[in-house]
Design a protein around this ligand. Structure first.
Ligand code: PMP
Length: 448
């Protein structure tokens, strides 16, 4: 009861600071479901409406300033409106927005991506993470002439049907430990006759079970090397290497969905963990704030596209504005020297959280990897989605509103998300972030 009262008080404070957002949300609700362009952006009582952004900050329509660790769900590792990106986009705008025909920048960007994943040599572009994983899975199916894929329980890879399976299943639905049941993620997705099998991340038994049962029909195993859509769950030592071996043994391709993890280092999670996937899916940070995605593989596998056995197309693919933004982001902003700086800031934030939580005697787990991290309240250790569901979501809501009222968007709203650090963040931003958290804790906001 006490927690609810404190939460209600913080929400009242939020409402008193943000009347402009409320009015715009009420207007938007008359023409858009939930009043938002994405289910993920809606939360009670209403979401913040943003007026402008720069570097590590955003300002809402009431003029409140926030240190931004939402960063557009982790896409803006360059920070908002990086001058190099804006300069490249402005130059491109002067000569054309879209051609629907080839242009010189495309292969420059493809080469830049292949430098980061030196074991892969072919790139195709699209516009969102959803498209990247859709095409990657089709590529694996076309290449292997097999129909099934294995994904991890709790993992989010976008909105197409073959991955809208077991995204957030309940304990009533999820089935046996070593052979999780495929569960439709929402109404409108049918799992009747689905070709998607489900395993648990960090649990080789469940993967082995799926491969033993259906191995000769499995085209690919798709996973995030660090699971990022349930807070942050790092792989156990040796887990990714073992998955690689099993895929090779069963003739299935290994797909790394690096839509988020590519910003762990210059060569993404593949470099960090020393594991070579067959296909990598990219989006978010590679676009520098514009909708860009790619699936990346070898010439041997991409031969099914080269020979026109598999169709891949798209009106907006590699449009020159977005490619100019991506090239500037990768060549001028996200250079090799930047990753250690961002990682060290993220470590600083994680250590600060741990110290404050421990001083306050608050049970929570802080995990971080690369530029991302998360506080998972009420649990001691998490290695699978099932562990993560035990978190205290009420405490998390107190945390989020407490932070936002103190000028820090600690992460996107919803407890499955995580913080992101950009090149625009400074040590001062991290100190202010931790100061706000210290205040939230010392005011007893999180105590049950
Ligand atoms: N894969 C991962 C790992 C993601 O985190 C996301 C989005 N958060 C997607 C795919 C889907 O990307 P998009 O929203 O651009 O379709």
């Amino acid at each position: 009861m006490k927690t609810i009262t404190r939460l209600e008080r913080e929400i009242e404070k939020y409402e008193s600071r943000t009347p402009g957002s409320k009015a715009l949300w009420q207007k938007a609700s008359r023409s858009m479901p939930m009043g938002t362009a994405s289910n993920s952006r809606m939360y009670d009582p209403y979401p913040l409406f943003i007026a402008r952004a720069s570097g590590s900050k955003v300002w809402d329509v009431d003029g409140n300033e926030y240190i931004d660790h939402n960063l557009s769900f982790g896409a803006l590792v360059t920070g908002h409106r990086h001058p190099a990106v804006i300069g490249a986009v402005s130059a491109q705008l002067a000569v054309g927005t879209m051609y629907g025909m080839s242009h010189a920048l495309e292969s420059d960007l493809a080469e830049e991506i292949c430098r980061r994943y030196p074991f892969l040599d072919r790139v195709r572009f699209s516009n969102s993470g959803t498209e990247a994983t859709l095409h990657a899975l089709r590529l694996a199916k076309a290449y292997t002439s097999r129909a099934k894929v294995i994904k991890m329980e709790g993992a989010y890879h976008g909105l197409h049907d073959s991955v809208m399976v077991s995204v957030k299943p309940t304990d009533k639905e999820w089935g046996a430990h070593d052979s999780p049941s495929p569960v439709a993620a929402c109404e409108g997705v049918s799992i009747d006759g689905t070709d998607t099998l489900v395993a648990q991340f960090n649990d080789l038994d469940s993967l082995q079970h799926g491969l033993r049962e259906s191995g000769d029909q499995v085209a690919a195993v798709i996973l995030e090397p660090v699971m990022m859509n349930v807070g942050v769950i790092p792989p156990k030592p040796g887990y990714l290497q073992a998955v690689r071996k099993l895929c090779t043994q069963y003739g299935a391709l290994l797909i790394f969905d690096e839509v988020k993890t590519s910003s762990m280092s210059y060569g993404g999670a593949a470099e960090v963990f020393g594991v070579v996937p067959d296909i990598v899916c990219l989006s978010k940070s590679i676009g520098g704030g514009f909708p860009l995605a790619a699936f990346v593989s070898t010439s041997k596998i991409m031969e099914v596209i080269e020979s026109r056995k598999m169709m891949h197309a798209g009106t907006y693919n590699a449009n020159p504005v977005v490619v100019a933004a991506g090239l500037a982001a990768l060549r001028q902003v996200l250079t090799p020297d930047k990753y250690p700086v961002m990682r060290s800031m993220s470590d600083h934030l994680a250590d600060g959280y741990r110290a404050i939580l421990s001083e306050g005697g608050i049970p929570a787990l802080v995990t971080n990897a690369g530029v991302n991290g998360a506080v998972t309240f009420g649990v001691e250790s998490v290695s699978t989605y099932r562990d993560w569901t035990k978190m205290d979501t009420k405490m998390w809501q107190c945390f989020w509103f407490g932070m936002v009222n103190r000028g820090v968007i600690a992460q996107p709203y919803w407890w499955d998300e995580q913080w992101t650090i950009s090149v625009a963040h400074s040590e001062d931003d991290i100190d202010r972030h931790l100061e706000a958290f210290r205040e939230v804790v010392s005011e007893g906001l999180l105590y049950l």
